[in-house]
Ligand binder design. Structure first.
Ligand code: GTP
Ligand code: SPV
Ligand code: MN
Length: 586
């Protein structure tokens, strides 16, 4: 039975049901009883596999199709009326043409299946940041995942009342045909349509589709920002907590940084790090003129490989109950494994494809983009402010990517405008989070290349405008944990030791430490990075902090080429910053 009398919801559900022709419609109310029933149905059909109840209570395993294990950027579209508004970095098609094409693909796609109607909120229901969505899907995996990743419940209908102001999301697995796979956004219609996929980032429509692509478009109209950022709080021994938000491209360390455990020299003094979010931040000016942020999600969809009790215990502990594991190794005892969890690959297990797996044959057991889906509340270091509807005040914005060379361990921009430039020139090696080549350096401005729902030039202008609108904006930094030595090893230890860099960043925000001005911005005095308890020589640290002018001149040509794509949509402030950089390198 329908759980709402909202006419816009009812007529849209009717219309989509007439198109996709499901056998029945189930209205999700968010109750544990209903979810348990649906989970059991998924277990009965094999869509989900129940895991060991003693070790992993409430957990299930899921495999996506072999051709369907990552985001598909080439098949992701922004369909606004004017092609120009989507910009040079998005795929575009005329909305009417795209609706016609999709209607063909959805026609009867749910025959013999159930259509689930999922009401969900991004951010706490009733928060000034909150936005509501309804996702229609024929996938039980999507229902149980959305119930972890977002706030699902009939209270969303109450908050919505009679308003048509919700994001429509239609998802159908259809035939999982990769030639007919489309992830489409109609920002002018508040609509998302996803078809022929079952992979998280393509089908959990609250996440990248809504909370980044649609939300970035809404944020520009409504003077706020939707960003691919983690949010964390650093508590000092006196109990003050200061927050920062950091944008790194997919699989470049947001989850790891957001949950970091500081080195012993910090914990022994009473420092703590609290996680507010690991992937998405919505930011707006607060009443005090600072920039405040919420994490609109309710769970973590994290990269499994490399997650261990050594590298990220907080993430691993988050997955110990009521979680979903996708495309990892399934052990005979009903537990899971992945590369980097420990040094003991299991025998007698099934690999991510569901085949008997012999670790000795050299193949990977888990897919490199295998993931866990875990409730945020499970995280031992979840912030007390996680559910605060007002969010947290942000002192620093940090950009970063995977760069073998060029980018130093950390540097600070000279001011907001220069900081926007620093974000706009971000580059990083591609990872397994999206289909295509891995390890290729590409420009990924603000880590939003695959997620900006409109013209990237307008997006940069919006960033510049926000710096003027917000009376007391955060300071902007750039980090790089991924510099390699000549043998191809990471020079910086990373993970928990990144706390040493965060401490310098916070000290800069509060005017507590000096810095050295270079061509690209302010770099730490090597003595100001605390390396106590770390086996790293001063020479190596100096090397990590060097700004190699020859490499940066190459960088300038790369940026010039990239900026040329944006024509007269490139904000003049950014063109000026590029000129300044060029001059500084002479
Ligand atoms: P998405 O969920 O795809 O947006 O990714 P994410 O940014 O949250 O990435 P995540 O934290 O899951 O990290 C992905 C990979 O980066 C893992 O393989 C980690 O082992 C590696 N990684 C994270 N932090 C560090 C670090 O400080 N140093 C090094 N060398 N590797 C790191
Ligand atoms: C990313 O790729 O940046 C992710 C995973 O966080 S997905 O939800 O698939 O986009
Ligand atoms: Mn992400």
């Amino acid at each position: 039975m329908a759980l709402t009398t909202n006419k816009a919801v009812l007529s849209w559900v009717d219309e989509m049901a007439a198109l996709t022709k499901p056998e029945k419609i189930v209205w999700i109310d968010g109750s544990e009883e209903q979810l348990a029933e649906i989970r059991n149905e998924g277990i009965a059909t094999g869509e989900l596999i129940k895991l060991n109840e003693e070790v992993l209570p409430g957990c299930v395993y899921h495999r996506s199709a072999l051709n369907d294990v990552a985001r598909v950027e080439g098949r992701t579209f922004i369909c606004c009326r004017n092609k120009e508004d989507a910009g040079p970095t998005n795929n575009w098609m005329d909305p009417q043409e795209m609706y016609a094409k999709l209607n063909g693909l959805y026609d009867g796609s749910m025959k013999g299946r159930t259509m689930y109607v999922i009401p969900y909120s991004m951010s706490v229901v009733g928060s000034p940041f909150a936005k509501y969505g309804v996702e229609l899907t024929d996938s039980i995996y999507v229902v149980v995942s959305m119930a972890i990743m977002t706030r699902v419940g009939a209270n969303v209908y109450e908050a919505l009342g009679d308003s048509p102001d919700f994001i429509k999301g239609l998802h159908s697995k259809a035939e999982l045909d990769e030639e007919k796979r489309y992830i489409v956004h109609f920002p002018e219609d508040n609509t998302i349509m996803s078809v022929n996929s079952g992979y998280g980032g393509n089908v959990l429509l609250g996440k990248k589709c809504f909370a980044l692509r649609i939300a970035s478009y809404l944020g520009r109209k409504e003077n706020w920002m939707a960003e691919h950022m983690l949010i964390l709080g650093i508590e000092d021994p006196e109990g003050n907590v200061r927050y920062l938000a950091a944008a790194f491209p997919s699989a470049c360390g947001k989850t790891n940084l957001a949950m970091l455990i500081p080195p012993e020299i910090y914990t022994s003094k009473g420092y703590k790090v609290w996680c507010v979010g690991d992937d998405i931040a919505w930011l707006r000016e607060g009443p005090d003129g600072r920039l405040w942020a919420v994490n609109p999600e309710n769970g973590f969809f994290g990269v499994a490989p490399g997650t261990s009790m050594k590298s990220n215990p907080n993430a691993l502990l988050s997955t110990m109950k009521n979680s979903i594991f996708t495309n990892v190794v399934l052990k005979p005892d009903g537990t899971v494994w992945w590369e980097g969890m420990d040094k003991n690959p299991p025998t007698g297990a099934l690999n991510w494809k569901g085949e008997p797996w012999d670790p000795a044959d050299g193949s990977k057991g888990a897919h490199p983009n295998s993931r866990f889906t875990a409730p945020a509340k499970n995280c031992p270091c979840i912030s007390s402010e996680f559910d605060n509807p007002q969010g947290v005040p942000i002192d620093a914005i940090v950009f970063g990517g995977r760069r073998a060379k060029t980018a130093p361990l950390v540097y600070q921009s000279r001011n907001w405008q220069h900081g926007v430039f620093v974000g706009s020139i971000m580059a990083s090696e591609t990872t397994a989070a999206a289909t295509g080549a891995v390890g290729v350096v590409r420009r990924d401005p603000m880590a939003m290349l695959p997620f900006c729902g409109y013209h990237m030039g307008d997006y940069w202008q919006h960033w510049l405008n926000m710096g003027k609108l917000v009376k007391n904006p955060p300071k902007i930094f750039n980090v790089n944990w991924f510099r390699l030595d000549d043998e191809g090893h990471f020079i910086w230890p990373g993970f928990g030791d990144n706390m040493r860099v965060l401490q310098w960043i916070m000290a800069r925000c509060y005017g507590e430490v000096d810095a050295v001005e270079t061509a690209i911005g302010y770099v730490p005095n090597p003595d100001d990075i605390n390396v106590e308890g770390l086996d790293i020589s001063k020479a190596v640290l100096e090397d990590l902090l060097t700004v190699d002018k020859a490499l940066w001149k190459e960088e300038v040509s790369g940026i010039t080429e990239f900026y040329a794509k944006f024509g007269d949509k490139l904000p003049k402030e950014l063109a000026e910053e590029l000129e300044t950089l060029k001059a500084n390198l002479e």
